[in-house]
Design a protein around this ligand. Structure first.
Ligand code: ZN
Length: 372
């Protein structure tokens, strides 16, 4: 561990990496393959990726009020050609010819899928609701001989590594991870939830919700009881990890359990809430850890409501994110706002189901009920 892991945190930086620091830290010590250990050697340190994210963060702003324009998809895919130069070569523009490169095609197709999801289901015009072009850079790499093991949203655009090829596949492969990262952009323009402690865990939570919903919507996976609630289940390469994923909204804490990866640390209930330091290595107070609690509340609300999760539960959460929550919101605030949106836009029965879900994960007690 180096001291750079503890550099002070700029909380206006809503950067997010697909692989959280506790996972890369475990792998750095326990991965059997040298290439994997090397690939992760500098992850989450003061490396090129951090400088890119900090620079982009300076240009971040909240959405301007006003009418939504007609949604118009505008994708630009760059090939870093195994460097850290995000704009090294523009290889595909909107409507441009398909290439043989799987990562480039996936970055194009899946950013399009996420755009269509937000457009069709919530009438949103891209990340900023003002038709921000969707820029993606694939084949990002920091070390000469090994693929980069992560993906991230810089505050302006998506960046994907190729993975080490041993433990991790290329990071464009998981549609819900693409949706997760792009939703960080949506959150940045809406509630702008501070990326630390409970507000940070909510930031992570909304990315998991809409990342998973975009995939469920694209797959017409509309029965919440039977739907796939995992995040990132195609990222792991070895056969023994085929059933494992990064997170599981249906059963937080069970996504993975493996000598190399460690064990999924997510709680599903407030009694298991983890107080962690507000540092990089502490996952900024456990933003990828404690998000298991609201994630599970969302799952329970969706199952209880019974419609395709993107239709009612997703709409309630989307309105709360855009119109009701501020940057310092905590779990209880999110519970109250989703319950009141359910009451305002649907009915008392729906509000009651949302409230029950938040009570089942221990965020609200019986005394804190909003609807009878
Ligand atoms: Zn994230």
């Amino acid at each position: 561990m180096t001291s750079t892991l503890h550099h002070s945190h700029d909380s206006s930086c809503a950067c997010c990496f697909a692989l959280p620091p506790y996972l890369t830290e475990h792998l750095r010590r326990h991965a059997r393959n040298r290439r994997v250990r090397e690939s992760l050697a500098r992850m989450h340190e003061d490396s090129q990726q951090q400088r890119i994210v900090r620079r982009a963060a300076l240009s971040m702003r909240r959405r301007a009020p006003g009418a939504t324009p007609e949604p118009k998809l505008d994708r630009r895919i760059y090939d870093c050609e195994k460097t850290t130069d995000l704009l090294k070569r523009l290889v595909r523009k909107e409507g441009g010819r398909r290439t043989q490169d799987a990562a480039i095609s996936e970055a194009y197709d899946y950013s399009g899928m996420v755009f269509r999801f937000f457009e069709t289901v919530y009438r949103r015009a891209s990340i900023d609701n003002e038709n921000l072009p969707l820029v993606s850079s694939a084949h990002y790499q920091e070390q000469e001989d090994v693929g980069y093991d992560n993906a991230f949203w810089t505050g302006r655009q998506m960046v994907y590594g190729d993975g080490d090829g041993v433990l991790f596949n290329r990071f464009t492969i998981a549609r819900d991870v693409v949706g997760h990262e792009l939703t960080h952009g949506v959150t940045q323009y809406e509630a702008a939830l501070k990326y630390e402690r409970q507000s940070g865990a909510l930031n992570e939570h909304f990315s998991d919700v809409f990342g998973v919903l975009a995939r469920q919507w694209a797959d017409k996976d509309g029965d919440p009881k039977a739907a796939d609630w995992t995040v990132g289940n195609k990222l792991f390469k070895p056969t023994r990890l085929r059933k494992m994923s990064l997170r599981n909204m249906k059963a937080p804490g069970t996504a993975y359990d493996d000598p190399e990866l460690g064990r999924d640390p997510q709680p599903a209930h407030m009694k298991d809430y983890k107080e962690l330091p507000n540092t990089d290595l502490g996952d900024w107070g456990g933003v990828h850890v404690n998000s298991g609690i609201p994630n599970h509340a969302f799952y329970r609300a969706a199952v209880s409501i019974g419609r395709p999760a993107w239709e009612v539960a997703g709409k309630i959460w989307y309105i709360a994110l855009c119109d009701r929550l501020r940057d310092n919101a905590n779990f209880a605030k999110c519970a109250y706002e989703t319950i009141s949106v359910a009451r305002d836009f649907y009915d008392g029965a729906t509000a009651h189901k949302v409230q029950t879900a938040w009570m089942e994960v221990g965020v609200l007690t019986a005394q804190q009920r909003l609807v009878a």
